[in-house]
Ligand binder design. Sequence first.
Ligand SMILES: Cc1cc2nc3c(=O)[nH]c(=O)nc-3n(C[C@H](O)[C@H](O)[C@H](O)COP(=O)(O)OP(=O)(O)OC[C@H]3O[C@@H](n4cnc5c(N)ncnc54)[C@H](O)[C@@H]3O)c2cc1C
Length: 242
Amino acid sequence: MNAATPHTFRTQVAIVGAGPAGLILSHLLADAGIESIVIDQRSREEIESTIRAGILEQGTVDLLTAIDPNTRVHTVGHRHDGIELRFQGEGHRIDFPGLVGRSVWLYPQHEVLKDMLALRLGAGQDLRFGVTATHVEGVDTDRPRVTATTADGEVLEIDADFVVGADGRPAPVVRPAVTGDSRSGYFREYPFAWFGILCEAPASADELIYSNSPNGFALVSQRSPEVQRMYFQCDPTATRMR
Ligand SMILES: Cc1cc2nc3c(=O)[nH]c(=O)nc-3n(C[C@H](O)[C@H](O)[C@H](O)COP(=O)(O)OP(=O)(O)OC[C@H]3O[C@@H](n4cnc5c(N)ncnc54)[C@H](O)[C@@H]3O)c2cc1C
C-alpha cells in the first residue's frame, strides 16, 4: 500500500484526535453500541508523556468514575478541597466543599490519557497512532470522509456517518472543514498568556495559589509529590524575558 492506492475504511463515527475529548467520546459511543475509528497524529508514547493539565473538576472525576469505578484518580490523584486566592499579598482560602459541596482533583492529564488508552485498546477500539488527518470532505453530506496519512506515507480514507473534530488546538483540520473558519464558534482569545515552568521539586503549597499582583497573575500549582508547575502572566507575543 502506498500514497497512490488509498486504503479505505468505513465506520459510524470517525474521530480525529486521541486527546481527552476523542478518547472519552469513543468510550461513550461504544457504550451506546456505536462504533468509531480514532486517529491521532502522535505516537502513543508521545500522548502518554506530554505534561499538560493537572486539575480535574468534580464533573470530570464523576465521569471518569462512571467509566471505570477503579479509576486511579482516587488512588494516585489527590483531592483538593480548596484554593487560595491572593490579592495585595493577602491570601483568602476558598473552601469548595463548604461552599458548594464539591472538590477538584490533582491528576495529570497524561495519566488520564494512559488510563483511557489502556481501556479503549483493551476493549478492542480501532485506534491508530501516527496517523494525521489532512483533509475532510463531504461534511454537508451523509457520507463525510476523512483523508489521512500514516508516518510511512500510506494514505487512509475513512468514510463515516459522522466526523468528529477532537483535534484540539492550535492547528485543527476538522473544525475549519465543518465551520469554514478555525476561529468560529465560541472562541475568545485574551491579550495575555501564561509562562509555564515545570520543575522537579517538592510541593511548596498543599493547594493551588492564584495570585494577583501589579506585575500580573501568577499560579503555584502541583503535578505530583516530585513535580510542580508554576505559571506567571506574560505577553503572548514575547519571545524572551526582559
Ligand atoms: C500547560 C497547560 C495546562 C493546562 N491545565 C489545565 C488544567 O489544569 N485543567 C484543565 O481542565 N485543562 C487544562 N488545560 C487544557 C487541557 O489540556 C485541554 O483543554 C485539553 O487537552 C483539550 O482536550 P482535547 O481532547 O479537546 O484536545 P487535545 O488534548 O489537544 O487533543 C487533540 C489531539 O488531536 C491530535 N491531532 C491534532 N491534529 C490532528 C490531525 N490533523 N490528525 C490527527 N490527530 C490530530 C493531537 O495530536 C492531540 O492528541 C491545560 C492546557 C495546557 C497546555
